[in-house]
Design a protein around this ligand. Structure first.
Ligand SMILES: [Zn+2]
Length: 298
């Protein structure tokens, strides 16, 4: 004869199951975060594409569904090449770098005994500070700018632009990450958690959306907001060379690169020297770093 458990027992069983899941997740958090990543990627992209369809900030794709689709395909094609190379080459290299510092007890974070999660927060702050400076260096050093301008040359910035990077830029930043991970002494799960938090924020602030001013203001107290990042993608050099942060807005405030403007809708996105349609296609974008146009002085 069947009997039903008391609510008390049921709650205890649920708690027990949740705890077991938590313990399993914490035994290999890097793998857990990695397994969440694909679901998060699809969910974030779908939500942002829908949001951009319902309430776009700029009307460059209004009644131009086919153009919007082709624009997204080109950007995703670049992203897929990058994902394959990172997956085949760099993830193994990063694992090796983390193993290197862990077996030798080497690296900044290993100088002190931190509680588990405090160490993770410090690691994320350090990784994000590096991401800020690496981005800033990309704007200042002409050789690096050749690759980074592929991202900036998008005249119709939307969520797909967040994934439009030249393989050269990704390869350089992935290579530099190897000594960085060794010097910091981070764990692999710190990196996986950082990427997991970074991804939705980066997709969000590249999207063709506009938050109400008050909400954007509160959001950018902590993170790079859509308004902040539109200024970064302006074709005015002084604005392009501002708001470098990818996750936490504090870096732009500390290092004095924070910049805002009120008339967001009058920003001209993209780069003056790469405004033509044919420069926005897949092959021209791959060849873009080899081109030698004068950088606009606007
Ligand atoms: Zn940039």
């Amino acid at each position: 004869m069947g009997y039903s458990k008391s609510p008390h027992l049921r709650n205890a069983a649920t708690l027990n199951r949740t705890y077991t899941l938590y313990v399993t997740a914490m035994q290999d958090p890097a793998q857990t975060f990695d397994s969440i990543a694909p679901i998060l990627t699809v969910a974030v992209l779908l939500v942002m594409i829908l949001w951009e369809s319902v309430s776009p900030c700029f009307a460059f794709f209004r009644h131009r569904g086919k153009e919007r689709f082709l624009h997204g395909i080109v950007n995703f094609a670049l992203a897929i090449i990058n994902a394959v190379v990172v997956g085949l080459v760099f993830i193994t290299a990063w694992k090796w770098a983390v193993d290197f510092s862990s077996t030798r007890d080497f690296g900044l974070l290993r100088l002190f005994e931190w509680p588990h999660w405090t160490e993770a927060v410090i690691a994320i702050l350090l990784l994000d500070c590096w991401t800020y400076w690496w981005h800033r260096i990309n704007h200042v050093v002409p050789f690096f700018w050749r690759f980074h301008r592929v991202h900036h040359s998008d005249t119709r910035m939307d969520v797909t632009t967040a994934n439009r990077f030249h393989l050269g830029e990704i390869a350089l930043s992935s290579l530099l990450r190897i000594p960085l991970l060794m010097l910091l002494g981070t764990e692999l799960w710190h990196l996986a958690l950082y990427e997991l938090i970074l991804f939705p924020i980066v997709q969000f602030h590249h999207s063709n959306i506009r938050l109400p001013d008050g909400i954007d203001r509160v959001f950018r107290l902590f993170f790079a907001s859509p308004a902040m990042h539109k200024v970064h993608h302006s074709d005015q050099v002084a604005e392009t060379n501002s708001n470098y942060t990818s996750l936490l807005s504090i870096w732009d405030r500390i290092f004095r690169s924070f910049r805002m403007r009120k008339d967001l809708e009058s920003i001209r996105l993209g780069l003056e020297e790469f405004r033509k349609d044919e420069q926005q296609q897949f092959i021209p974008l791959l060849l873009n770093p080899a081109r030698n146009p004068k950088r606009s002085k606007k």
